[in-house]
Design a protein around this ligand. Structure first.
Ligand SMILES: NC(=O)c1ccc[n+]([C@@H]2O[C@H](COP(=O)([O-])OP(=O)(O)OC[C@H]3O[C@@H](n4cnc5c(N)ncnc54)[C@H](OP(=O)(O)O)[C@@H]3O)[C@@H](O)[C@H]2O)c1
Length: 332
């Protein structure tokens, strides 16, 4: 069994918070995602320890989706168990987000972007997590077949029902973001944020989406800022036996950790050391350097990784020379 949890008194002393777009909501620069390491196959006590440490360090934003696990749905169930025991007294201090968009149940209403799917999925998520409402409900991926008006109107509906306080979109490109933001504005439920991948190895948001989000007043939260662990010290001395790349059914594969990627990672690590940071910390500061950036959304497999990432906020600024050196390392 685990001890009762009492959050650290100084939990808001070191983390920084940024307003999401033109909303009233401030989010911590570092958010913790439950995509991996919180499934039914994982050790709940490790998840609990990571969430406790995160919150103690001012990371009050936990990000989920209907399909996180494995099996799908089990990360929300794990979160619910931890929330019930540890975090219920802190509900008003937390930002809890979930999403719907990927395959969740059989038949035509189990994925994509129809009103039928989104409303049912959020109801299921709330039940699994044991919550009355989430803080942010996202449409997880653009749907090429459903009219965007229907998907956005379903997001507006869940806010009016009191099941979500804010809504967001995920994996929407610049043009899709512009259209979604316009529709949501007209409905009276502004788009809070777009959640997209961004890291030194994947710069697709530059510059169009960065510019569009700023112009539309939509925040940006960047997922996989560490390229799933590549942009850390994890692979500098070979493949660790507990790496996510060795687990089944995940996106990072051992074949992604190539010699040429490793050569770049080693160079980036030298730049990070010269800044007095770990590579993970530099990678986080790097995605947060844009004025349009709201937050970086990490995953972790240990308490020590939570602590390392949270400390990224100690040094966020870059000199022009450092940015040029990073670009040179990435171009090699
Ligand atoms: N909207 C979407 O479509 C979408 C897609 C993907 C992710 N997301 C969200 O973004 C979150 C983060 O994604 P991600 O897990 O890919 O992010 P990430 O932060 O790029 O990668 C996380 C992995 O990096 C390693 N790591 C983390 N901190 C470290 C540190 N300080 N030192 C060394 N290694 C470290 C760990 O690998 P090991 O496990 O090997 O230790 C960890 O599992 C997800 O949980 C989810 O909430 C959203």
């Amino acid at each position: 069994m685990h001890d009762p949890y009492s959050a650290a008194g100084l939990r808001y002393d070191t983390m920084h918070y940024r307003r999401s777009g033109r909303s009233g909501l401030k989010l911590p620069l570092i958010a913790l995602g439950l995509w991996h390491n919180f499934g039914g196959v994982d050790r709940l006590e490790n998840g609990r320890a990571m969430m406790r440490r995160a919150f103690d360090l001012g990371i009050n934003h936990f990000d989920l989706a209907n399909n996180y696990g494995p099996p799908p749905g089990s990360a929300e169930e794990s979160f619910g168990q931890i929330f019930r025991h540890d975090f219920r007294p802190y509900r008003d201090e937390l930002i809890i987000s979930t999403k719907a968009g990927y395959a969740m149940w059989p038949g035509p209403y189990g994925e994509w972007g129809s009103r039928k799917y989104l409303i049912a999925s959020l109801d299921q998520s709330l039940r699994r997590m044991g919550l009355d409402y989430v803080d942010i409900f996202y449409h997880h991926r653009p749907d090429p077949d459903t009219p965007l008006e229907e998907t956005m109107s379903a997001l507006d509906q869940v806010v009016r029902q009191g099941k979500a306080l804010y809504v967001g979109i995920s994996n929407y490109d610049a043009e899709e973001t512009r259209r979604a933001a316009r529709i949501l504005r007209e409905l009276g439920t502004p788009c809070l944020i777009n959640q997209v991948v961004y890291n030194m190895f994947d710069r697709w948001v530059e510059p169009a989406l960065l510019d569009t989000a700023a112009a539309e007043g939509v925040g940006l939260i960047f997922f996989s800022p560490l390229a799933q662990g590549l942009l850390t010290n994890r692979y500098l001395d070979g493949m660790p036996s507990d790496s996510r790349a060795l687990k089944s059914g995940v996106f990072l594969r051992p074949e992604h950790i190539t010699e040429s990627a490793l050569a770049r990672i080693r160079q980036l690590n030298v730049i990070a050391q010269a800044r007095g940071q770990t590579l993970a910390q530099m990678a986080l500061a790097w995605v947060l350097r844009h004025p349009a950036a709201t937050a970086a959304l990490i995953g972790t497999s240990s308490v020590q990784q939570v602590e390392d990432c949270a400390a990224a906020v100690r040094k966020l600024d870059f000199s022009a020379e450092e940015l040029a050196a990073i670009n040179t390392a990435l171009a090699e």
